[in-house]
Design a protein around this ligand. Sequence first.
Ligand code: FBP
Length: 271
Amino acid sequence: MRGDSLIEKFKSIFARRGHSIILAYDHGIEHGPTDFFDNPDSASPEYILKIAREAGFDGVVFQRGIAEKYYDGSVPLILKLNGKTSLYNGAPISVPNCTVEEAVSLGASAVGFTIYAGSDYEWRQIEYLAKIKRDAVRFDVPLVIWSYPRGGKVDTKYGGDEQHPDVVAYAARIALELGADAMKIKYTGDPKSFAWAVKVAGKVPVLMSGGPKTKTDEEFLKQVEGVISAGALGVAVGRNVWQRKNAVEFGKLLAKIVYEGKGVKEVLAAP
Ligand code: FBP
């Protein structure tokens, strides 16, 4: 199939050991520097690259400005082409601030794009995405869709619950149908319902989006264990790694679960 090659390309770069851990770091624009309070070292992009290198992750996610100033090529890069701030109060929309061509010139091996299906601006985002998809094919760069249904019926029908299993499964299907070569979706809360989202994603590899830092290490590691058992390719996680003061050590625990298929108990019991 024509579309399979970019999926394979994505896996060959970002899932060399069969599964994938990607360190997401676009929070400076999405949430603001408050996300760096818990671990002030995380304000530094160099520190993020160090975590990814030392924990042996497959990639990092940066916005263009961070890539321009800090990307050193030591870990494969997914360049996020759009972003919005948390200062904005209207219907969700995230517009491109970088082209695929510029991303490639910044060293990206894949590009990322968020779409908020359900928003009043859904139609506009689908238009943007269609153009990015065309460019991604032209430049032979895998496209990772952050598929985060938000607003619209997510609010009226699901009470704003973006992690409702039906919403997450719908997110997965939207990403497949819009041409993702990999996708990032929220966790549904349990492996069984997440497995359904993975199924409806079809051939497209699924990465779980980490979410806010959990109270305990075990809580997050259990989620990750569930995600892998559900058939996902891996995780694209930010706060749950770099907000922890022991980010590298925690990243290594994560790696044991994702790459080596170890269980949480075993991993936490190891000296
Ligand atoms: P986390 O693992 O920290 O949740 O990061 C994943 C991510 O998709 C980031 O790439 C992005 O900045 C953030 O979540 C956006 O989350 P939201 O739109 O839900 O605030």
